[in-house]
Every structure is written in C-alpha cells, then in structure tokens.
Design a protein around this ligand. Sequence first.
Ligand code: 2M8
Length: 429
Amino acid sequence: MQVDETARPSDLKIWRSAAVEILRKNDRGGYTVPTDHLYPFQWNWDSAFCAMGIATFDIDRAWAELESLYLGQWSNGLLPHIVFHDVVDSYYPGPEVWGANHSPQTSGISQPPVTATSARFILDRAKGDERSEARAAALYPKILALHDWWARERDPDGTGLVGVLHPWESGADNSPVWDGPLNGTPATQTVFNRRDVALVDATMRPRQWEYERYIYLVELYRSLGWDGPRMWAQTPFKVADVGLNAILMRDEHDLRFLATRFGTEAERRRLSARAAQRQKGLETLWDAKAGAYYSRDLVSGEPIPIASHAGFLPLWGGLDSPDRVARLAAELRRWLDLCQFGAPTMAPDSPEFDQRRYWRGPVWAIVNWMIGDGLARHGVDDLAQRLRDDTRRLMEQAGFCEYYDPLTGEGLGGGVFSWTAAVGLAWAL
Ligand code: 2M8
C-alpha cells in the first residue's frame, strides 16, 4: 500500500524526514552501516531491512543496498553476516579474525535471511518499473543460492529445520535461549580487545563470558577452513532457533513469489516442496502444553524451554493454526501488560529478563515490525496496532535507537540506528 504523504500530520512528516536523514547519513556509498563506529560495515539482515525503508523514498538506492550485500556472497551460496567493504578498526572481530577467503572480505557465518522479503517489498513499491524488474531478476538466482545453502549446509539431514552454529547467526546474539548451549562451549584462550564496550555502556552489551565463547567458535570454524560439513559435525553449538526458522520460512514464501516471475517451473516446484517441509519442521518446535514455540538444542536433541520474542515470529513466517495464533496473541498481551512499551525480547516476569541488556529484554523495532505484521496477517489487528503505536511512541520519545528499555522507553545501545529508521519509514510512522 502506498502511503499518501500529504495526508500525514506534520509531526509525523518531521519524524519521517529525520529517518530519511539517518539512512542518508549512514550511507557509505551503495551500502548502509547499521550505525557509525559501533558497526562500521555492512550487516546482512540490517541491510535487508534498510533496503525496505530506503524503498519508501529511493527505489534505485534500495536495489543497490541488496546488490552490494550480495557482493559478499560466497560461491557455495552463503551470504555472510558482515561484508567488510572498508578498513575500519572500531569493530572487533574484524576480517583478520575471521580469516575467510573472499573479496570483498567477509565473516564466515550468516544471519536471518530477509532478502527475498526485502526484494519483494521493493518490487511492490516499484510498481512494474522495468529497471526494477531487471534488478529483481538478477538478484533472484543469488537469493535462491542462499536458500539452497541453508538447506544443504544447515539442514543436512533434511528435517525441515535449519541450525545456527553461532549465536551471532541468530541475530539475537545474547538471548537467554543460548545460555544453555553456550555452557557447553569452551572459552577462547586468546586475549582480545572488545571495542563495543568502549562505545556503549557495558550493562547494555553481552557479557565477557559470552564473548569468550563467541570468539572460540569463530576460531574453531576458521581452523576448519569454513568447511560446512566439518563445522556441522564438530561444533559444540548447534541450535534450531525458532526465530531464524520462522524468518527463513517467510523468506522462502517470498522467494517462491519471486520464482513465479523470474524462476523456472522446476524451481517453483522445488520451492513449494521446501516451504511445506519448513512448515512441518517449525511445527515440531511447538510445545502444546506450554502453548509456546521453543528452540531446540541440536547437540543434545532437547528443546530449550525458555520463551523469548523469537517464539512469536512464526506469526511472521505464516501459521496455519488459528488456535496457535490465539494462544500466541494471549501470551503477547500478557507480556505487553507488564511493560510500558512492547514488545520486550523476554517476558518482564521471567527470571532472565534484563531491561537494558541487548537481546535479554529490550524492545527492537525490527522485532515489533515482524510480530506486528504477522499479527495483522492473521487478523489480530488490535494487537498489531498496539505494537505499531508503541514503536512510534518510542521513536518519537527517544529517537531512532538500536533498542529501547520496555519499562521506561529510554533509548539504548547505538544511537541514530539505520534499521530502526527503516522500520519507521516502512511501517511505524
Ligand atoms: C548485533 O550483532 C553484532 C554481531 O553480528 C554485534 O553485536 O557485534 C545484533 O543486534 C545483530 O542482530 C545486528 O545485525 C548487528 C548490527 O546491527 O548488531
């Protein structure tokens, strides 16, 4: 739906201009950094969200965002979570720690796949413009190769669920859901110099305990030459994250849509079969007794019975069970009633809830958009609207921050944040 800018109240127009300004300021020439200093490179799912925000005011630049991200794609289809286009030393771990063999330099793990969803969004905004059709057609096989990579390398047994091999791969880096699996992961022996805690208050960032394990995993995979099957076989950290699997399911549906325009009949059949398989896989993460989706530890084979925001993301992925939608909506209402601004990443009454610490409690605009969009698709309009209103209020009160305190609305983490501004433009404002 195209928004009529002239009909917007003037204060919203001011906020929208501020969001555009942030995306322009964080533009490094064809790609957008999440924010200056703290994240000075191109991040995978940040860029996919940024491209949707940018598409509301510059279609050409929106395509460029996805194209520059795919410059980092490996020949096996992996789309790395960071593309190091530039040399900047304000971030750790930089390219030398990853030791991946690619130009431009990249990390060696991925992130939640949102690029098919993003390409579909831009195409929709472009309204049949021929150049856009051509750019989408050129991206399509690359996105297909990424999805084939997820299926081949991260679900080698064909279960319908993919595994993440690093907390960073989930995008929700220090979620309490990873505490158990990280307990079984050794700490690195390398002495390293974190830059994040020099830039952001350490109480808002992952703990040192987690970083030592993050770096251990990077060093392990580097020693395995980033070889997918060896990583899968030897890692101590392997989790079927409900969040990533739900996001992948949505992206798979949107890729199937792109295939109707740019793919072959055989690809369409293959994608339909895979979407059905993903749906089945996701269903195995539902705990009927708890009325919740839980991630599963693929090393122990056991569910991780800790509820986080990720358990609501199957709404974004697409659910075909009205009963589950109702149960998820009821639980989310309970969470929202416990805070000033939703949706928190953990229930405020859970023992792990930490209102300022990154993915252990704070509100994230992209999460609100995914859950809100999912609720609206399933007809839970009042709750979708509540999330949207909360997101707008947070932006108006604190600006476009990395994340927000759900109890006070205070802006946290990195300021002038790109994907928050993008969500403002594409959804909340
Ligand atoms: C955060 O993660 C990076 C590592 O990828 C970090 O803390 O260094 C996460 O919030 C992640 O989801 C996000 O993509 C990235 C950039 O905004 O920052």
